[in-house]
Design a protein around this ligand. Structure first.
Ligand SMILES: *Cc1c(COP(=O)(O)O)cnc(C)c1O
Length: 385
C-alpha cells in the first residue's frame, strides 16, 4: 500500500513535457540570436501579457518580488509611510515595504477565501496610508472591487500582488487590471512558470508604467544619464521565449486546474470527509474566476500536521502555505505586531494544508490523495473507538 504509490505535490517536468520540442526550438533561436536581454520575445511577451490581463501596459522585470518593490519605488514610498497588506501571504508581499523603510500595516483575512478582508482594510486606513497591497492568494482574486472602491474614496493607490493569479478575474475583469499596478511572478511553481526567475508589471496608467520601466533600468534615460536611483531588474530573453509558449497554453492549463479542483471537492465530499471536525473545502467567491494555483483545505481539530505526516508516509506530497504569518517572522519581531489582532491569519496558518494540484495530475493520483485522507480519518476513528 505504501512506497510505490507516489503522488508529487507538483511535477513541473510532466507539465513541460508536451511542449519540450517547442521550448528547445525557441531557446535555440535565442542562443543563435545572441540577444539575451531586450530580445524581441521580451517585447512580444509584454504585449501578450498586457492583452491577456486587459491592461494597457506591461513591463518585464526580474521577479514578482521586484515587481512589488518597483511599484512601491515608483510611488516614492519610504520612511513614515504605511502600506496595508495581509500577513497570510508569501514574504515578498511585505518585504518590499520594509526594504524601503516604510511600515507594513497588517490586516486580517476572510476565513472562507483566505484573502484580505476589505472591511479590515477600511479600518486600517490612516493619514499615513500610501498604498494597499491586496494579494490574490492561491489563484483567487480578493474582493478587489470593494478594495478599489475604499482606496478611491481615500485617494490611495492599489498595487495588486497577482503573483499566484495570472489569468484570474473578478466580475470578469482580470487580476492586474484593477489597481494602479499588477505584479506577476513567473517563478516555476506559478501558473505561468518559467525556467528560472521572472516577473511582470501591468498598469493602465501610461505615466506610471513609464516610471516602472525607468526604475527597472537603473533610472537611466538616456544611456548613462540617471534621472533616478533605480535597480537592475530585467526579464531575460530565454525566460520570455519559454513563457510565450506557455502563455499560449495557459487557458487550457487553468481549465485542467479547475477540473481537478472540482473533482477534489466531489471526491472529498462523497468520501464523507468534509465537516467542521474533519476538513473544510476551499470556497470560491461567486464573483471570482479562480485559477487554482493552490488547492488549500483546512484541517480542523489541530490535526493538520498529523494528517500531513500520514500522507507523507503514503508517498503523497502536500505543503503548508504558510506555516508562519509574515508578522511573526523572526526579522519582523521588532514590529511588535499583536497576533490577537489577526485571529483568522493565525487560524489559517495552523489549519491550511495544500494538496497536489497541477495540470497533468491524473485522476488515479487524485484518488490516491483522497484515499490517503480517508485512511487517516478511519484510523483516527478506530483509535477513538
Ligand atoms: C511567488 C510570490 C511572490 C514573489 O514572486 P517571485 O517571482 O518568486 O519573486 C510574491 N507574492 C506572492 C503572493 C507570491 O506567491
Amino acid at each position: 500500500m505504501t512506497g510505490s504509490t507516489q503522488v508529487p505535490l507538483l511535477d513541473i517536468n510532466r507539465d513541460n513535457e508536451p511542449h519540450r520540442d517547442e521550448f528547445v526550438e525557441t531557446l535555440t533561436a535565442v542562443v543563435d540570436s545572441g540577444r539575451f536581454l531586450f530580445g524581441p520575445d521580451v517585447v512580444e511577451l509584454e504585449k501578450e501579457v498586457a492583452s491577456h490581463s486587459q491592461a494597457e501596459h506591461a513591463v518585464g522585470c526580474a521577479s514578482g518580488s521586484d515587481a512589488l518593490l518597483l511599484s512601491l519605488m515608483a510611488l516614492d514610498i519610504g520612511p513614515g509611510d504605511e502600506v496595508i497588506v495581509p500577513s497570510f501571504t508569501f514574504f515578498a508581499s511585505v518585504s518590499c515595504i520594509t526594504r524601503l523603510g516604510a511600515t507594513p500595516v497588517f490586516v486580517d483575512i476572510c476565513p472562507d477565501t483566505f484573502n484580505i478582508d476589505p472591511e479590515c482594510v477600511a479600518d486600517a486606513i490612516t493619514d499615513n496610508t500610501r498604498a494597499i497591497i491586496p494579494v490574490h492568494l492561491f489563484g483567487q482574486c480578493a474582493q478587489i472591487d470593494r478594495i478599489c472602491q475604499i482606496a478611491t474614496e481615500h485617494d490611495i493607490p492599489v498595487i495588486e500582488d497577482a503573483a499566484q493569479a495570472i489569468g484570474a478575474a473578478y466580475h470578469s475583469r482580470p487580476a492586474g487590471s484593477w489597481g494602479l499596478a499588477g505584479c506577476f511572478s513567473f517563478y516555476p511553481t506559478k501558473n505561468l512558470g518559467g525556467m528560472g526567475d521572472g516577473g511582470m508589471l501591468t498598469s493602465n496608467d501610461a505615466t506610471f508604467a513609464d516610471r516602472l520601466r525607468l526604475l527597472a533600468g537603473h533610472g537611466m534615460r538616456p544611456r548613462y544619464y540617471h534621472q533616478a536611483v533605480g535597480i537592475n531588474s530585467r526579464l531575460d530573453t530565454f525566460q520570455a521565449a519559454v513563457l510565450r509558449i506557455k502563455l499560449r497554453h495557459l487557458d487550457d492549463a487553468v481549465e485542467s486546474r479547475q477540473q481537478i479542483a472540482a473533482r477534489y471537492m466531489n471526491l472529498l465530499c462523497d468520501a464523507g470527509l468534509v465537516g467542521p471536525d474533519q476538513i473544510v473545502l476551499p470556497s470560491v467567491d461567486p464573483n471570482a474566476f479562480h485559477v487554482w494555483n493552490q488547492f488549500g483545505i483546512r484541517v480542523a481539530g489541530g490535526r493538520r500536521d498529523s494528517l500531513r505526516g500520514h500522507l507523507g508516509e503514503r508517498g503523497i506530497g502536500s505543503e503548508i502555505y504558510y506555516p508562519v504569518p509574515v508578522h511573526r517572522q523572526e526579522c519582523y519581531t521588532h514590529l511588535k505586531v499583536d497576533s490577537a489582532s489577526l485571529p483568522e491569519t493565525e487560524r489559517a496558518c495552523a489549519e491550511v494544508l495544500n494538496l497536489p494540484i497541477f495540470p497533468t495530475l491524473t485522476e488515479a493520483e487524485q484518488d490516491r490523495v483522497v484515499e490517503g485522507i480517508a485512511a487517516y480519518y478511519q484510523a483516527g476513528a478506530k483509535i477513538a473507538a
